[in-house]
Design a protein around this ligand. Structure first.
Ligand SMILES: *Cc1c(COP(=O)(O)O)cnc(C)c1O
Length: 373
């Protein structure tokens, strides 16, 4: 069986470094906001190319903290509109609604699966105050045209960089392209912890200061609370693991790009659609999505042939039970993606032989005449 993501084997490939680092922390006896956290924040800020990095509990918290800080600073007010792709993981949208802000769903481009400048313009109103840009599947969603448009309109760009650690636009990395970025280090992400972890990066001193306060109970000095904050910190174990894994990230992303390149050039099946190729480095292929009208049949077929796959994401955010107010919205491109998307295994440890097997098996998939296509 080729697994979708063999986390056990991936983790083992970093040994004995991980175990050694964890042991050192146990011996040191300092578990939160210590030297590993400070070192990771410094190294990750340098890697991304941002002035500040603040570690926090997870990717959702990172996005929530950015918007919460903008509210505390008066940059955003209750009810302000935040543009967000209609096809994203629900965390992007929850960060908006859990801050008393209003999401405005933007349809993605049908070929790249990310939002284009044209679609962003169409969805923008005079009440749009921020754009939560999602680098979905690992593909950079920023362009100079989008950056200029948002700056002209006074729209803050908040990057959801949960899936695109290391992706490059021109000379800069995602996470340093907008006003602030939220990063998730959920175990399966390109840079993944062994538990929950996240971070905010930004060049904005005031925003960084506010988030540094908010994520630690609204406090900069122990037992002095200036803001109504929360507890969202990265622990020393996760910070140490991330420091070890960060050293291999670029190499891992190169291997992901190589595998994706093979998929794109060698998968030839008229029943499938693949994403349009991106500029070199602009996609770190967190997820490799295929589009197939017979998606569920294809998934079953691949599973029967020893290939595990996943669906990202089966139900659009605006169709979820927690958001009944948007069930009448029609966002056909996002909804089609939900009904057709199937993600192939793609991780650096995948061998060339396994890649060949996946390609040959996908290419051998044939029409099921019981279904209209
Ligand atoms: C994983 C993910 C998140 C949330 O990250 P957590 O660390 O699980 O909270 C947010 N946005 C996107 C696009 C993600 O893929």
């Amino acid at each position: 069986m080729i697994k979708y993501l063999p986390l056990k084997e991936i983790t083992a490939s970093y040994e004995p470094d991980i175990t050694d680092a964890l042991k050192q922390i146990v011996e040191r006896g300092w578990f939160l906001l210590g030297e590993e956290c400070a070192a990771f924040e410094k190294e990750y800020a340098e890697y991304i190319g941002s002035r500040h990095c603040i570690g926090c509990g997870n990717g959702y918290d990172a996005l929530w903290l950015i918007l919460r800080a903008y509210r505390a600073m008066g940059t955003l007010k209750e009810g302000d509109e935040v543009l967000v792709p209609a096809n994203t993981f629900i965390a992007s949208v929850l960060a908006i609604t859990n801050n008393g802000l209003k999401p405005v769903f933007v349809e993605p481009d049908a070929d790249t699966f990310i939002v284009s400048e044209e679609q962003l313009r169409k969805a923008t109103t005079t009440r749009s105050k921020a754009y939560l840009m999602v680098h979905l599947y690992g593909r950079c969603a920023y362009s100079d045209a989008i950056g200029n448009f948002c700056r002209e309109r006074g729209i803050k760009i908040i990057e959801d960089n949960a899936q695109a650690h290391g992706a490059i636009y021109g000379e800069r990395r995602t996470g340093s392209l907008g006003d602030a970025a939220g990063h998730s280090f959920y175990p399966g992400k390109n840079l993944g912890a062994l538990g929950d972890a996240g971070a905010v990066t930004t060049d904005d001193d005031k925003l960084a200061e506010t988030i540094a306060m908010l994520h630690n109970y609204g406090s900069t000095k122990k037992y002095i609370h200036e803001q109504e904050g929360v507890n969202s910190r990265i622990d020393e174990f996760q910070a140490a693991i991330l420091r070890i894994k960060l050293r291999r990230l670029d190499k891992d992303n190169k291997r992901r790009e190589q595998i994706a390149g093979k998929y794109m050039s060698e998968i030839k099946n008229p029943l499938l659609r693949m994403p349009k190729a991106a500029e070199p480095g602009a996609n770190v292929y967190h997820i490799f999505p295929l589009m197939c009208k017979q998606r569920d049949k294809l998934q079953k077929y691949l599973s029967e042939h020893g290939i595990e796959t996943q669906i990202h994401y089966p139900i659009a955010v605006h169709k979820q039970s927690c958001y009944p107010q948007w069930h009448t919205l029609s966002l056909p491109t996002a909804e089609t993606l939900c009904s057709q998307e199937l993600s192939l295994p793609l991780y650096p440890l995948l061998t060339d032989e396994e890649v060949e097997v996946i390609i040959a098996t996908v290419n051998a998939y044939q029409i099921d005449f019981n279904l209209s296509i």
